[in-house]
Design a protein around this ligand. Structure first.
Ligand code: NAP
Length: 275
């Protein structure tokens, strides 16, 4: 019996996830297909009902549905409970189970890059869904504290409230205190969709041993990562996180060990083709 998986999101035509997931299915010898399901917000409820009826065996969820899909789940597991957002859906006995593999994806990528275990303070720029997962992933990887900087301070405060106040604080991007936090940070992580030109980050003003992580993986090279490397700092883009969040979802759906190298290769080819 062929398995079916969807990526539910809006504006997802360029997503590299089908290339990565279909390569993983093929390498694992699983008869199945992962496809895009372009889904505006008013169609999400219908898509989730179809999933519950068994029209697909699982799904990934991306912008703008991560929170609304979590609210529609029958059960949330693990990080999804903490974050109130899902990026992966599984169907079990007709129940919709919500999972969030983004923090795991970041943690696995940092280990693979030789950056984790971390120590010292971190700064996360942005306060959306990926930023929340990043805060969780950084704390679990060893960061002592995380400052969340966002252009809307209220959004940063809402994110910080999900965590222990002794470890996570919130500032607005134009707060002068942020410059000091950036200068002291062991890790600076960009969780916004914008780069160097629009963010208050100059790699030359960071610690010489600082690592800059940018969750973006396109266009390549990611400008902030290139700027970090040009200044002698370490730079890590979002491709590793994308790979590992996707492969944890694969394992959740298929109960099969993820063929990481086949997926990594397919992802690299897809990203190079669209660079
Ligand atoms: P999101 O929920 O829409 O959050 C985006 C955040 O960036 C918000 O805080 C937003 O603030 C802020 N922002 C947007 N434009 C900005 C600007 N010009 N200046 C300053 N801040 C700005 O999106 P998300 O899901 O968190 O995704 C964020 C990034 O992470 C995207 O580039 C996405 O592709 C990437 N991502 C990567 C992975 C991976 O596996 N590598 C996984 C998830 C996401 P406002 O709300 O004020 O606009």
């Amino acid at each position: 019996m062929s398995l079916h998986f969807w990526l539910l999101g809006e504006g997802i035509a360029e997503s590299p996830s089908p290339a990565m997931q279909n390569a993983a299915l093929a390498a694992a010898g699983i008869d199945g297909e992962y496809r895009l399901y372009e889904c505006p917000p008013e169609e999400l409820a219908g898509a989730l009902a179809a999933l519950r009826r068994g029209e697909a065996d699982g799904a990934n969820v991306t912008i703008p549905h991560k929170r609304s899909a979590a609210s529609a789940c029958d059960r949330l597991e693990g990080d999804a409970l903490r974050l109130g957002a899902v990026n992966t859906l599984a169907v079990e006995a007709g129940l919709l189970v919500g999972v969030n593999t983004d923090a795991h994806g970041l943690e696995a990528a940092l280990v693979e890059e030789g950056v984790a275990p971390l120590s010292g303070p971190a700064v996360v720029l942005g306060a959306g869904g990926a930023a929340a997962a990043a805060v969780l992933g950084l704390l679990r990887s060893g960061s002592s504290t995380v400052t969340v900087g966002a252009r809307r301070r209220q959004q940063a405060m809402d994110l910080a409230r999900r965590f222990d106040a002794t470890h996570v604080s919130a500032l607005s991007l134009d707060d002068p205190v942020l410059a000091g936090r950036l200068a002291a940070a062991a890790v600076v992580l960009n969780a916004t969709p914008v780069g160097c030109a629009e963010l208050p980050v100059d790699p030359d003003r960071l610690r010489p041993d600082a690592t800059i992580v940018d969750l973006r993986y396109r266009p390549r090279p990611v400008d902030l990562v290139a700027a970090a490397r040009a200044s002698g700092r370490r730079g890590v883009d979002g491709a590793g996180m994308l790979l590992h969040q996707g492969m944890q979802a694969f394992e959740r759906w298929t109960r099969h060990a993820a063929p990481i190298e086949a997926a990594r290769h397919a992802l690299r080819v897809a990203l190079d083709a669209s660079a």
